[in-house]
Design a binder for this molecule. Structure first.
Ligand code: DX5
Ligand code: ZN
Length: 215
């Protein structure tokens, strides 16, 4: 069953509460919160306080996508403010096992995110320890970009690895999703499509989600 996650990077931030409610009412499955530090990626989006407000108001699962250096310094903070899933970037740490241990200690779901240029083989040795793998399909840190077509083979490869290893982590694809390519990514193996522009910049988001889920 296809799942849809709304990335609030493209929301109207002056009306964030209403925007989240709009996504809940439209049939989204989770809210995706992009945290950047202007260092790991060249953009500054939102920090702990906005994330806290979102986690407190959202009835849906909250996924925090940490695009920051030294993610270990913030895992406990994001757990404490009520995030349900904490995604660290593989490229931001030399100790993924330590990251997983820290997140496990908080009792939250564990996720790893990959830059477009990172190979799925690089995380193969710890796939058994994560709940979610998120493949970023655009230049990391910005909304509204075009899907990088080379990401298709990463989705397929990851889905194949999951099958061969008999694992059940969730595969998410993040960035550049539009009505024309969404279903194809799901068919390739992505369980969850993360989209900001598509959901928040559309007036008829409920209709879009209904159509995607019916296909
Ligand atoms: C990009 C972010 C995405 C972004 C997707 O680095 O992780 O979550 O908001 O935005 P769209 O859907 O506009 O490509
Ligand atoms: Zn994201």
């Amino acid at each position: 069953m296809l799942k849809l996650s709304a990335s609030i990077l493209s929301a109207d931030w002056l009306r964030l509460g209403e925007e989240i409610k709009r996504m809940e009412d439209s049939g989204c499955d989770s809210i995706h919160i992009d945290i950047t530090d202007g260092h790991f990626v060249p953009n500054i989006t939102m920090g702990v306080d906005i994330a806290e407000a979102v986690c407190k108001t959202s009835k849906l699962r909250t996924d925090v996508h940490l695009m920051i250096a030294r993610p270990q310094d913030f895992i406990k903070k994001f757990a404490d403010i009520g995030a349900d899933l904490i995604l660290f970037h593989h490229e931001a740490t030399t100790h993924p096992f330590e990251m997983i241990k820290y997140i496990n200690e908080t009792g939250k779901m564990v996720g790893v995110a990959l830059d477009p240029a990172t190979r799925v083989e690089d995380i193969e040795h710890y796939l058994h320890a994560v709940d979610v793998v998120l493949l970023v399909a655009v230049c990391v840190g910005f909304g509204g970009q075009k899907y990088i077509e080379a990401m298709d083979s990463k989705i397929e490869q990851l889905a194949m690895m999951r099958k061969e290893k008999n694992l059940d982590f969730e595969i998410q694809i993040d960035g550049g999703i539009n009505p024309g390519n969404a279903i194809e990514k799901h068919k390739k193996g992505a369980d969850t499509l993360v989209a900001g522009t598509l959901f928040f910049r559309s007036k008829n988001v409920g209709e879009i989600i209904k159509q995607l889920k019916e296909q």
